[in-house]
Design a protein around this ligand. Structure first.
Ligand SMILES: [Zn+2]
Ligand SMILES: [Zn+2]
Length: 338
């Protein structure tokens, strides 16, 4: 079988490996689609703090169960599945709370351990989430990033009462937009790339804001009748937008931070206290798979506009180059495994 092997930053090779054998608790999945995440790009560029080299990247994958270990229950041969890439210990404090995504020894497949950009993946069956075969693989593969958006909406306690401002119209920002709309909230999308704002509009954004051309505060005031958004979801991951989220949010509102910056962001304490805002961090969560899969299966959420390109696994390098050279033209870039 083929596997994408990242020897070290900047050195990627498609290698041939033996097809893996499975343990009794594992399933063998024939991978059919993979999504290239920002973290895969960071790993290639050497900008990831956690990436294991040499290693097989890829944590957004969907495929078909082709072999089952003797101890596996709840999965059948031929099932279509998406991967939950988060490996947890099960007994630390957050794990005991059921918040496995915060496990003190959390490992993410494709980052800390070998991931899914290969033809066959042997994995513990508990990491697989079944999805209806009526959902094409290149849509099913979007469940994982949709879950990150879903968790940010859950963490922000978004309801139909809310006016939600989403900073950033990349994959995660658009996922947050889709899930906030699902809760019945009004959603505004802010980005500096007009093409991305056009996608946000097509996915139901009530307002799009380009800070290079629009007066952000004025647009938000008009949109909310002077209140400001009750929830701001930060999905850019820059110090400037993270700081701006605190300014934009209404008093008594909630700021959800899902974008990651490694730089420190100053906390304007008097304003935080005056507004009595909640600042909430958010990351992917296993719980969301159960919520998002039925929404994709029923068509309540159609994430296909999140995708801009599809390339075969053999062109993984070209896909990474495309993302680097054409950041405004690329959204989610998928790998196919035919
Ligand atoms: Zn990802
Ligand atoms: Zn744990």
């Amino acid at each position: 079988m083929r596997a994408a092997l990242l020897h070290r930053p900047g050195e990627l090779e498609i290698v041939t490996r033996d097809r893996p054998t499975i343990e009794p608790t594992q399933a063998l999945v024939r991978i059919r689609a993979g999504g290239i995440c920002g973290s895969d790009v960071h790993a290639y560029r050497g900008a990831s703090a956690f990436q294991n080299y040499p290693g097989i990247p890829g944590h957004e994958v969907a495929g078909e169960v082709v072999e089952l270990g003797s101890a596996v229950t709840g999965l059948s041969l031929g099932d279509h599945v998406v991967l939950d890439p988060m490996l947890r210990c099960g007994h630390c404090y957050p794990c005991r709370l059921g918040r496995y995504n915060c496990c003190t020894s959390l490992k993410v497949m494709g980052v800390h351990t070998d991931g899914g950009f290969r033809d066959y993946l042997a994995v513990d069956a508990g990491q697989l989430v079944p999805i209806s075969a009526s959902v094409p693989f290149d849509t099913a593969v979007l469940v994982e990033p949709l879950c990150i958006g879903a968790q940010s909406v859950s963490r922000g306690r978004v309801s139909s009462e809310d006016s939600v401002l989403v900073l950033g119209a990349g994959t995660i920002g658009l996922a947050a937009l889709l899930l906030a709309r699902q809760e019945g909230a009004r959603v505004a999308s802010l980005d500096v790339v007009p093409e991305k704002l056009a996608v946000a509009r097509s996915l139901g954004a009530d307002l799009t804001i380009d800070p290079n051309n629009d007066n952000v505060e004025q647009a938000l005031n008009e949109w909310t009748g002077g209140d400001g958004p009750s929830v701001v979801i930060e999905a850019v991951g820059s110090p400037r937008t993270t700081r701006a989220a605190l300014d934009y949010v209404s008093p008594a509102g909630r700021v959800v931070i899902v974008g990651i910056t490694t730089e420190e962001v100053p906390f304007p304490i008097p304003m935080l206290v005056r507004k009595e805002m909640d600042i909430i961090a958010s990351r992917n969560s296993r719980e969301q798979f159960r919520r998002v899969v039925p929404l994709v299966e029923s068509g309540a959420i159609d994430p296909r506009p999140l995708v801009s390109h599809r390339l075969p696994l053999d062109e993984f390098q070209a896909a990474l180059d495309l993302i680097r050279t054409e950041p405004h033209r690329t959204r989610k870039v998928l790998l196919t495994f035919d």
